[in-house]
Design a protein around this ligand. Sequence first.
Ligand SMILES: [Zn+2]
Ligand SMILES: [Zn+2]
Length: 259
Amino acid sequence: MAGLALDFLWITAVLYAGHVAAYFGLGGVLAWWNARHPERRIQSGRRGEDRARAEIVKSLKALVPICAMMGAGLALQRHGITLWKPAEGWAAWLGMFALSVLLFDAWFYWAHRMMHWRPLYRFHRVHHRSLAPTVWSTYSDDPLDAVVHQGYLLIAPLVLPIPPSVLIVHRLYDHANGQIGHAGFEYFASPTARRPWPLVCTTFHDQHHELFNCNYGNFFSIWDRVMGTLHPGYDRKVGAMAAGAPPSPSRPGAARPAE
Ligand SMILES: [Zn+2]
Ligand SMILES: [Zn+2]
């Protein structure tokens, strides 16, 4: 038991250090790049950067439960307290990675829809204080909101034969996806970011912050399309940007966050 607790502590500490490095590393590069490309700003009337300090403080706190959950999942797996042993071999590795990305996209969509439910929204409100998100908004969450959205990191190692390296690469991918998705500047509006492709560009989650009641997904637009929550102008807008139109805000006609 002492060994399990010790493993939980050191794995969580390493994960937290890694997350902070990735947060400031990728965030710093993206912020530097954005400053050189003002024409790529999506919400041209807002300066989300003014909230950077508050977002960073919230993020450094929310990363504690996120890393603790992942640390607990990996420590329990290390001690064999799981349903399955991690799968072995490259084919299994690739298959588990694809499955993990698909499962987490579903987890995120439904967790996110749940946090927009009025009795729970007060825990998600912190994240929506960022009307124009920035690279620093990714983890700007109430700790409980972070637990709900990232609880997958604890559950997955317990119920799936997921190798630890798959979970780590999954988390790195989700981290990069999160910071690019919150960047507030659009560079990825290609034809593959719209119908009939399931991929998204930065505008997808930016619209969620700007307009509030659309685009709840994470990696893909699949669940939003199936459930009818995709912003009706999203595909058209991405198509126009892919053809050379500059990024732009999506108002008017937006619902306001329920304060
Ligand atoms: Zn939301
Ligand atoms: Zn967000």
